[in-house]
Write a protein that binds this ligand. Sequence first.
Ligand code: ADP
Ligand code: MG
Length: 234
Amino acid sequence: MKLAKINKWFGEKHVLKDVSLEFPAGQTTVLVGPSGSGKSTILRSLNLLEQPDRGTYDFDELHLNFTKSVSRKQKLLLRQKTGMVFQDYNLFPHLTVLQNVTEGPIRVLKQSKEAANQEALEILSKVGLRDFADAYPAQLSGGQAQRVAIARAVAKNPQLLLCDEPTGALDYETGKQVLQILQDMSREHGSTVIIVTHNAALAPIGDQVLHIHDGQLVKQERNQHPADIQSIEW
Ligand code: ADP
Ligand code: MG
């Protein structure tokens, strides 16, 4: 997928300044930069939680020009193809762990409840939370909640997995475990993954590293051999 010449203003504030970025299919991109540089706004633009004022977005056969309005149908199509993991998990508090994971497949992908449940339980096993299927988010630790959030995103089998500071609220060891699960799952599913972080120490895990500063792309690197999570320290 590809964003070209993206501009976004919040009121008077010009937060994305003619940014052009490409995200190679099946690869992991780390989007790194200081707080306030526009990383989340870029990520949120990729699933239209935020709509840029100018620029274009190509995703498979979909071509969006943000100077024109985006239709409901286009939004739905994009939402079907993307999953998102947030820093603060954003689980539905009134739904059980299992219901959190099956919500997308049932509502967005129109899967049957039975099929969605079965697949969700398999994914929950992989993230070590099969026994928590009937628990509610408030009963989980931060690391567990983030693993549910990853399971929920992956259950949609998304072509594009968007992760905004996924370890930001976790302690170091738990953060490492969560990143490891993210890496394993994305390799297994072949998703295109984008990890937003203010922590440059995470850069080695990406096939591609994009440095964002003050709403602009300032540096772009490629890692021939992305690092395993366990081998990095931050
Ligand atoms: P980052 O994720 O790199 O920390 P953000 O994309 O969240 O940066 O924010 C970029 C800039 O846009 C910041 O100055 C932030 O305060 C501003 N901003 C983000 N979201 C909004 C919003 N909804 N309304 C107004 N300003 C916003
Ligand atoms: Mg952010």
